[in-house]
Design a binder for this molecule. Structure first.
Ligand code: AMP
Ligand code: GLY
Length: 421
């Protein structure tokens, strides 16, 4: 018996989910809405936008879809899970209320405060003068976060009071962000890591740890992006640190949400920082990370469909992982995360050794072209981090040399493979 699955999204994360589902013996047809040029070679494309929830639900019913897996945050925050459940359709993701852990920074901060989850001290403001007074009374360095979905661009790590004031002005007085609320946070120092867990109410099924590189350019310079590369596992996150993160952050948050009558189902993504040896929360996401998923799921040896089923049924399940390291490098369009051209011709994919995930691509006749800021991600495996890194660099170079207008970071995993964080 095999089951049809619908994956929602069009990026590298969804390509990696489709790729993992393809390895499952339980899966029949895989549909992806709307998909991209790479996904479309592995799944049946469905041209329904991710926000057309009613059309997606109708499609899932008509195509006898047994399970829907949601990639991006926007349909989750819009209530896709609530609608599918109302119609008796199985879907992997949080309700609109539970997705607030990502869509509202204030919600996440207040939940953590109520339950003593380790995180940066913070205050929420909607008034510019009050926010400025608070910032000026604090240390020079602070972090200003827009309270809402801002595609990774609503965070300013201010190095001075002046920078903080400019960010507050931008978010609370100017039109760009819609004059919302901001969270002002204590700056935490330390290396970051991503801890994704599959969750059903109080039950938590941890996935392998990954590390993302969020800045656009080498040596963590340039603007914040959605992520320019990742690797898994992460040597500095020892078993002990991982266990502490599970015991002090992931398990208590899942329990707190269930206890408060707002249980979380789906992927709870902890963006964590190791601050003076203590794991603390930088942010939560209510979905698989992108690009972390592209290096984590290829390491999953268990049948992912069975894993999703076990989680939704609340059954115990130990997920098996390959011990290899997988490292991925994102190739982005020149200009990203600012404005960038689309329709760039892409090539060199056949010269790569590893798995290439498509992040933003489409076919233009029989030519593969770019359709987004993050375009492709090359991922490679190795017995060590440096071996995986050397292969991925070779693959990234082959793609960049045979494509137009792409750039990539050459230092993904570099510091840690030299053992210096
Ligand atoms: P976020 O969107 O909340 O993940 O923030 C984006 C990036 O800003 C994070 O990956 C961190 O590198 C940085 N950042 C956010 N909050 C803090 C903090 N409290 N201390 C230091 N860096 C932070
Ligand atoms: N890579 C960070 C994120 O998915 O939000």
């Amino acid at each position: 018996m095999t089951y049809n699955v619908l994956v929602i999204g069009s990026g590298g994360r969804e390509h990696a989910i489709v790729d993992a589902l393809k390895r499952s013996e339980s899966v029949g047809r895989i549909y992806c809405a709307p998909g991209n040029a790479g996904i479309d070679t592995a799944a049946t494309p469905v041209s329904i936008p991710v926000t057309d929830i009613n059309d997606l639900a109708r499609f899932a019913t008509d195509a006898s879809v047994s399970l829907t897996v949601v990639g991006p945050e926007v349909p989750l925050a819009a209530g896709i899970v609530d609608e599918f459940r109302k119609r008796g359709l199985r879907i992997f993701g949080p309700t609109k209320a539970a997705a607030q852990i990502e869509s509202s920074k204030a919600f996440a901060k207040e939940l953590m405060a109520r339950h003593n989850i380790p995180t940066a001290a913070s205050r929420t403001f909607d008034d510019f003068d009050e926010a400025l007074k608070y910032v000026l009374a604090g240390p020079e360095r602070s972090v200003i976060k827009y309270d809402g979905l801002a595609a990774g661009k609503g965070v300013v790590v201010a190095q001075s009071h002046e920078e903080a004031e400019a960010a507050l002005r931008n978010m609370l007085l100017d039109d760009e962000f819609g004059k919302g609320r901001v969270v002002v946070e204590e700056f935490l120092d330390g290396p970051e890591f991503s801890f994704m867990c599959l969750v059903n109410g109080p039950k938590v099924y941890p996935l392998a740890i990954a590390r993302d590189h969020k800045r656009a350019f080498d040596n963590d310079r340039g603007p914040n992006t959605g992520g320019m590369g990742a690797y898994s596992p992460v040597p500095f996150v020892t078993d002990e640190i991982r266990q502490t993160a599970l015991d002090t952050i992931m398990l208590p948050v899942a329990k707190a949400m269930a206890d408060e009558g707002n249980p979380f189902t789906g992927v709870l993504y902890g963006g964590l920082i190791l601050n003076n040896g203590v794991p603390k929360v930088i942010e939560f996401n209510a979905r698989f990370g992108d690009p972390e998923t592209e290096v984590v799921l290829p390491r999953m040896q268990s049948d992912i469909y069975k894993v999703f089923e076990a989680v939704l049924d609340g059954k115990d399940f130990d997920i098996e992982w390959s011990p290899e390291t997988r490292l991925g490098i994102v190739l982005a369009a020149d200009g990203y995360p600012g404005s960038y051209p689309k329709g760039l011709p892409l090539g060199g994919l056949e010269q790569t050794e590893g798995k290439v995930f498509h992040m933003g691509t489409r076919m233009d006749g029989d030519r593969l072209v770019s359709a987004g800021g993050r375009v492709l991600m090359v991922t490679d495996s190795g017995a060590t981090l440096s071996e995986a890194r050397a292969k991925a660099l070779k693959d990234a170079k082959a793609v960049a040399e045979n494509s137009q207008g792409l750039f990539y970071r050459s230092d993904i995993g570099a510091a840690e493979s030299r053992n210096e964080l």
